[in-house]
Design a protein around this ligand. Structure first.
Ligand SMILES: [Zn+2]
Length: 281
């Protein structure tokens, strides 16, 4: 299941091209709302981030001015895929008959997707590898600390036709004015929406080859996890936990992994093309 978020804004900023995040002030409460009415999110959703302060661009090599900060010797080719097995810990996510928990199944999908992506030559970072439950902001922070990365959050739906898979991209966000090289944390996805749509369409196309009845193109929705992620970012949602036998989901794991890996590989040249235009902060 995917989580929406209210129109909250926090006084937290992300350094463009940055290494980590910079908290410059207090934070207002952010809150998550369910997009689907059938399940309740645990109390951990949308709570405040830890009040940690990380300096951005102040350690090591100074970042040059301009639209593409960062060490000039560091290529920004797409090398890293951050995989986010959604939910975990006290948040099992969607639950189906027979004890199926979304948080467990997403780990299974992530493990196989990691293998497929590594075979394509990508470095893979996972936001969790066990039954932890990092916050939304923790997961975004992992992605935002990478260079040359895309972010893929994996979900199992409680709705939809079993055996189909949908890709979501975050809905339009207000344009951001990157004053002083900082963009609001809650709008971190805004500069990447165009690339996210391209990535989403490519991955969805590969998924639809495997899973008939899936959509032809990525869909848009307000998704809490994607909104704070400063990289091309998509959500992949498999249907569904409402299957009679977990084996029905297990059988989908190789196809989903293959589709993600091939979709990201197809996206890689588009990411490289976006670099000279300054489209990437
Ligand atoms: Zn979910």
């Amino acid at each position: 299941m995917l989580l929406d978020v209210g129109d909250s804004r926090r006084l937290r900023f992300l350094a463009i091209g940055g290494i980590g995040s910079l908290v410059v002030g207090g934070a207002a409460m952010a809150f998550a709302l369910e997009t689907s009415p059938q399940t309740q999110q645990g109390p951990g959703a949308g709570t405040l981030p830890p009040a940690s302060v990380a300096t951005a661009g102040q350690g090591g090599t100074p970042a040059p001015a301009g639209p593409a900060p960062g060490p000039p010797t560091a290529p920004r080719a797409l090398n890293v895929v951050v995989l986010d097995p959604a939910h975990g810990g006290t948040d099992p996510g969607a639950r189906g008959t027979g004890g199926i928990q979304e948080s467990e199944i997403t780990l299974e999908f992530a493990t196989r997707a990691r293998q497929a992506l590594e075979q394509q030559g990508f470095q893979v970072v996972e936001t969790r590898q066990g039954n932890e439950n990092p916050s939304f902001d923790d997961r975004s922070a992992i992605a935002n600390a990478q260079r040359g990365a895309v972010f893929i959050t994996l979900h199992i739906a409680s709705t939809g036709i079993p055996g189909t898979v949908r890709v979501y991209v975050n809905a339009d966000l207000p344009p951001v004015k990157a004053a002083n090289g900082l963009i609001p944390w809650d709008l971190a996805q805004a500069p990447f929406l165009g690339l996210s749509r391209k990535l989403g369409d490519l991955v969805q196309g590969m998924l639809t080859q495997h899973f008939k009845g899936s959509p032809d193109a990525a869909q848009t929705a307000a998704i809490r996890q994607l909104r704070t992620t400063a990289a091309p970012a998509i959500a992949v949602e498999v249907s569904s936990v409402v299957v009679n036998d977990r084996a029905e989901l297990d059988h989908m794991v190789p196809g989903v992994a293959d589709a993600i890996a091939r979709g990201v590989a197809a996206f890689k040249p588009l990411y490289a093309m976006a670099l000279p235009s300054g489209a990437l902060p």
